[in-house]
Design a protein around this ligand. Structure first.
Ligand code: MN
Length: 131
C-alpha cells in the first residue's frame, strides 16, 4: 500500500500551522489547501488517504464540498473528517448525515489529535470520534 497522505483544508493560518506541526512531527505526508478551489485541485491531482476539512471556508459551506466528494466515483469512499468549532451535538449529526466520516472539534487538542487522525486513517471511529 502506498504511503498514507492527508489533505488538510484550512483557511485559518494559526490552525493550519498547528495541524501541520503535529502531522509532520508524526511523519505523516501532508498536502495543504486553503480554499475550496485548492481542495478540488488537490484531490483532482491525487486522491488522498484522508481529508481533514475545516467546515468554514471562505465563500462555501464545507458540506457543499463533502457533497461534491460523495457524488464523484473517485472520492465517494474517501474518508472526510470535519474539523470545526461547532461542538454542538446537532452539528456533529448534521455533518455525519451529510457524508462526513467523523468529526474533530476545535480547538485542536495537541495531546490527542494525531491519535484521532491515525484512527481515521486506519478506518476506525466511524461514529464521529470521541465524545
Ligand atoms: Mn475556516
Amino acid at each position: 500500500m502506498a504511503e498514507a497522505s492527508i489533505l488538510v483544508v484550512e483557511d485559518n493560518e494559526q490552525n493550519l500551522e498547528l495541524v501541520l506541526y503535529l502531522l509532520e512531527e508524526a511523519k505523516l505526508r501532508v498536502t495543504v489547501a486553503r480554499t475550496a478551489e485548492e481542495a478540488r485541485a488537490a484531490w483532482g491531482r491525487e486522491v488522498p488517504s484522508l481529508v481533514l476539512l475545516d467546515m468554514h471556508l471562505p465563500g462555501i459551506d464545507g458540506m457543499a464540498l463533502v457533497r461534491e466528494l460523495r457524488e464523484d466515483p473517485r472520492t465517494v469512499a474517501l474518508p472526510v473528517v470535519a474539523v470545526t468549532a461547532h461542538a454542538m451535538r446537532g452539528d456533529r449529526e448534521r455533518f455525519l448525515a451529510g457524508g462526513c466520516t467523523g468529526y474533530i472539534a476545535k480547538p485542536i487538542q495537541p495531546a490527542t489529535f494525531v491519535d484521532e487522525v491515525r484512527a481515521y486513517l486506519a478506518g476506525g471511529q466511524k461514529n464521529g470520534g470521541r465524545s
